[in-house]
Design a protein around this ligand. Sequence first.
Ligand code: NAP
Length: 522
Amino acid sequence: MKTLKSLVRGQWHEADSGFADLVNPSTGEIVARASSAGIDFPAAYAFARDIGGPALRTLSVARRGALLKQVSKEIHQHREELIALSLMNSGATRKDAKFDLDGATGTLAYYASLSRDAGDARYVALDDGLQLGRTTRFWGRHLLVPRQGVAVHINAFNFPAWGFAEKAAQAILAGMPVITKPATSTAMVTERCIEIIQEAGILPEGVLSLICGSTGDLLSLLGGQDVLAFTGSADTALKLRSYPNLLGSNTRANLEADSLNAAVLGPGVDDDSDTWDLFLADVFREMTQKSGQKCTAVRRILVPQDRLAPVREALCDRLAGIVVGNPSDGSVNMGPLATADQLQDAVDGIALLRKSSELVFGTGERCDGIGAEPGTGFYMAPVLLEAGDPAGATVLHQHEVFGPVATLMPYDGSPQAASELVAMAGGTLVTSLYCDDQSFVESFTAGSGAYTGRLYLGSRKMADQAPGSGVALPQSLHGGPGRAGGGEELGGLRGIAIYSQPVAIQGSRPMVDKLCGEFHSR
Ligand code: NAP
């Protein structure tokens, strides 16, 4: 059985105790083990900060971008091997595994491309400047200066490649060394990605470290120059943000947590229109891709009362085409949940939601999978629920079931009612609206925009180009208010702001312009 290693102080560390098992969720078989026992966390942190940080900061932004491009290419060259690992350790179908890996390499390549015009700049400026004195001789600009600490990245189990890569791309381009920690249950893909990068000798020593297993006392070492970026559940987010040293030194913490995303069908959408087809295709994909284990998955489907029956029927038809089972069987198009605990949480969560809704598709219980021994694996068929009174059932807006599960919710067809239901989740990563009526779009945006990080406006004019509401494109912000964690990642060069100190520079115009250079994030 494989023992996962950590990369600290430029060396591979293998623990000899305290192991957690990693399981193939399609079979229940133990495939690896991981532990961080024996890591000297203060030394690992100091190495990243004092060796990796300075090495990175002496490089120009363009040079850092070139490193990201090499990292992207190197991971891509190992795509088939990584897909096979993902099938084994995450239960991902081939399509789901590609989504994770191509998301990782695509985001790295995108951040590399942003630095193409950076010349020899070592900083990114936020603007061109403005006159501060009587004349333009006294001039001001804003500059992003890399923080001189360490970026600690803690990721969720569902995107072992993309999760690590999107955070690392932003930090490294900004000039911060990274210590990345994947969720233990699916860490095999991340561990292999880091091994590939290390073997290729791309990054200066100390720029990228890996912890497989617990973070030990790492978080208690962080101070005002460090960054903690976390993706996972709201409960863990609260625990991490409450570390006294993080609060005491105002350590930058960027948190991406739970999200009960809504897909809203606007009024007057004909069921033979492109907008209708896009709505159904997106909802179906967002319920079933990666077995619904996506932070951007649709959990709430808001439909005008008079369209409820055709939407229910069309969704049930599509869900009936799902074949749940071991992804190594060619007929399977949805794999298992990632762990036994995730499956149990989903079963318990559906039972809770059913107190305020009816089951209209699926059972909400474990099932056997095609291509798997009966009784083995963590399988669940998709579940569609329907709520009679969604405004009166708080739990449907607050309890996230992280699986192939969503709830149909009727509303009266007004933008106000739709916005109020969206807001009941207390903050989401994405809200999608399917509507060709501009005035509805405007009222809905005014009512619900403050409760979401991204508004995806599905309409007939973009239907043939849209990648779907669930894709976190690196060009756009990813994050959301309230329950969604309050974080902001990606969004092009805005994403490097997390890892930088924005400094207001004031002085003589030639001196300020020479210091800040031509490369800016606008
Ligand atoms: P989780 O249990 O909160 O774990 C997330 C990460 O935190 C894992 O790496 C975990 O490590 C680590 N962790 C847990 N307790 C910790 C502690 N005390 N100190 C340091 N690290 C700790 O979440 P999950 O089950 O992996 O992921 C599912 C959740 O993530 C869902 O709620 C989903 O909504 C959310 N999610 C959000 C986004 C987003 O972008 N907003 C994206 C994906 C997922 P171990 O695995 O070693 O315990």
